[in-house]
Design a protein around this ligand. Structure first.
Ligand code: F6R
Length: 608
């Protein structure tokens, strides 16, 4: 939700900011803007526009010698999409960029009588006015920030310029993510995440909450709200710029779909020792898995659907009760968990606010929280008792793909470990399953080779208004993710249904030509599934069948058959997921849409 960047140093700031914003655009792309010290003197200039970062370039000066500025790409929350509402916001001496929400903006406006100074409909402008109010008192940036954050309720990552302080940037955050970096040869950066400045430096630190950060070309100072100096903990990014670029693919989404086999190998290999699951490198002791009475998986969106697969797998194989909770529901419900409950929190970004708050709530009931997170040192990773990082590299397309399959793979491994710890799985059984998991990347490569076939069949989908994904057991759980992929990037209404449930209502929506993606990979219910498919085919649906059969020639079952490599039933989820992702991707492209930046969406949902 909104991307922010700030830079001061030796380079031309406008280039650094706009290049950084284009890599942060996955966080929001309604409008974009920059503020900088014109000619490096005590004069702030602002360029901003509704639209994407490429539109911002066209309203900026061709040559701009400024070496200090801040930039923002917006996902609208308060106030519509317009140039006036775009950041940076300027009030008096202050220019401000903001990721988050100032919840008490109305009360602040009234308390400090700021109404006359506001031009936009945004909460952020109130923040700028408040900072300006305090800055006007003693012209001390840190004191103004301290006083302002004491008034503000909500989440924020602020980047601030004060007009009479050329070359300096100030920053502070609560909840919303912010990282900072410094290289004496280049300068100092703040950003929502490291992709913004990875081109310049790979050493960074996570800005602590409620720390006041002062950037200058000579370095970064960090202090707490009492003025005590803090020593930041620097980390090194384990991927480089190429991981954050399209690398010859037309879209990040397609690149990330293709990266899945490698991402799974990278994620599971360090967690396998002697053919068995082993999380000791993550610091998770065997004791953590012992005596678990039930499991609750908490997440949002695709991560929650990954949780659905994990839950079905763990419950079916181990007989352990598993509940999957939507984070935004869990956090306002009464949790039925205690110290014997294991809570698994799943999040690619590690910053989703509902998931983070749900984790905080769960920690009040149990010391057994474990997160599955992709972004290192993110809030969820830091706050859970244990973290198992997925090694998928940066996921930039808004629609999640590789993060999903690595989350599922990690949950399978956790399931094997739980099975061993509880005596529900023998070592031999666990070994067999680990071996099957290790083989999945190669099978996913085989499925990726069907890309052209999938592309062809989506010509039958682009004019559809509705689509249905049906399956039983694990196939139904993958169907949920398949349906989400299609709807979020192609804007076709799609629903996942447990195949046996169709005739209880939904089948009335099936009419001639409606695409039905039918997944039939669970052998114990295979015949039942085929009967359900016949029911929709008999009503003239356009059926795409995904199954392990070598070939299906019966036209009363399907119009198109995608045959996947024969692996144990549970593991077909990886192959099916790839096909569903390709169906979503090529339908979106076939409709002339941009799958990387679907309307109304943003990655990393840091507002409730
Ligand atoms: C959909 C998608 C979202 C995210 C959800 C949770 O393709 O990406 O549904 O899965 O917003 O995000 P994380 O995993 O970052 O917590």
């Amino acid at each position: 939700m909104c991307g922010i960047i700030g830079y001061t140093g030796k380079l031309e700031a406008q280039n650094v900011l706009i290049d950084g914003l284009s890599r942060l655009e996955y966080r929001g792309y309604d409008s974009a803007g920059i503020a900088y010290f014109r000619e490096n003197i005590a004069h702030i200039s602002i360029r901003k526009t509704a639209g994407k970062v490429k539109d911002l370039r066209s309203v900026c000066d061709k040559v701009n010698p400024s070496t200090c500025g801040i930039g923002h790409t917006r996902w609208a929350t308060h106030g519509g999409v317009s140039t006036t509402n775009a950041h940076p916001h300027r009030v008096g001496q202050v220019a401000l960029i903001h990721n988050g929400i100032i919840e008490n903006y109305a009360a602040i406006t009234e308390k400090f009588n700021l109404g006359d100074e506001l031009q936009s409909e945004t909460d952020t402008e109130v923040g700028a006015a408040l900072l300006n109010h305090f800055y006007s008192q003693d012209h001390d940036p840190k004191s103004a920030i301290r006083k302002a954050v004491a008034e503000i309720k909500g989440s924020f990552a602020f980047g601030i310029l004060f007009e009479d302080r050329p070359g300096e940037i100030y920053a502070v955050r609560n909840v919303s993510p912010m990282v900072a970096a410094y290289d004496p040869e280049i300068g100092a950066f703040i950003a929502s995440d490291v992709t913004a400045f990875i081109e310049h430096t790979n050493r960074y630190f996570v800005v602590p909450e409620y720390a006041v950060v002062a950037l200058s070309p000579n370095g970064i100072e960090v202090e707490d709200l009492k003025g005590q100096k803090l020593t930041p903990e620097f980390m090194t990014v384990d991927w480089d710029l190429t991981a954050a670029e399209k690398d010859g693919y037309p879209h990040f989404m397609l690149k990330e779909i293709h990266e899945q086999p490698a991402a799974i190998t990278q994620t599971i290999t360090p967690r396998i020792a002697d053919g068995l699951p082993d999380f000791s490198q993550d610091g998770v002791s065997d004791a953590f898995f012992e005596g678990v009475r039930d499991v609750t998986i908490i997440a949002c969106g695709t991560a929650m659907y990954a949780g659905m697969v994990g839950a079905e797998f763990i419950q079916n194989h181990l007989g352990l009760p598993v509940t999957v909770s939507i984070a935004s529901e869990f956090r306002y419900a009464r949790p039925v968990i205690d110290k014997d409950s294991m809570v698994i929190v799943v999040s690619q970004s590690g910053e989703t606010i509902d998931t983070l708050e749900a984790l905080r709530l769960a920690k009040k009931y149990t010391d057994r929280t474990l997160s599955i997170v992709n972004v290192k040192a993110s809030s969820i990773a830091r706050e859970s008792h244990y973290v198992v990082y997925t090694h998928a590299g940066p996921e930039i397309a808004v629609a999640s793909t590789k993060a999903y399959t690595v989350q599922v793979a990690t949950m399978f491994l956790l399931g094997f470990k739980l099975g061993l710890a509880s005596g529900r799985l023998t070592e031999d059984e666990a070994r067999d399953r680990v071996a099957a998991l290790k083989a999945m990347p190669a099978h996913m490569e085989e499925v990726l080779a069907y890309e052209n076939q999938v592309k062809e069949l989506t010509s039958r989908m682009i004019n559809a208004h509705d689509a249905f994904y049906i399956g039983r057991g694990l196939d139904y759980r993958v169907a949920m993710e398949g349906a989400l992929k299609l709807k979020e990037i192609s804007y076709i209404h799609a629903e996942a249904y447990a195949a046996g449930e169709l005739k209880h209502g939904t089948i009335s929506l099936i009419e001639k030509g409606v695409p039905v993606i039918a997944i039939a990979n669970q052998q114990p219910v295979y015949e039942k599934m085929i009967s359900n498919i016949r029911e929709v085919k008999a009503r003239d649906a356009f059926v795409i069948l995904i199954s392990k059969d070598k070939a299906v020639h019966d036209p009363s079952i399907c119009n198109v058959h995608l045959s996947i490599p024969d692996v144990p039933d549970d593991f077909t989820v990886f192959e099916t997921a790839v096909l569903c992702q390709l169906i979503g991707y090529y339908t979106s492209v076939g409709k002339g849409l941009d799958p990387d930046q679907p309307r109304n969406l943003a990655k990393s949902v840091t507002v409730e």
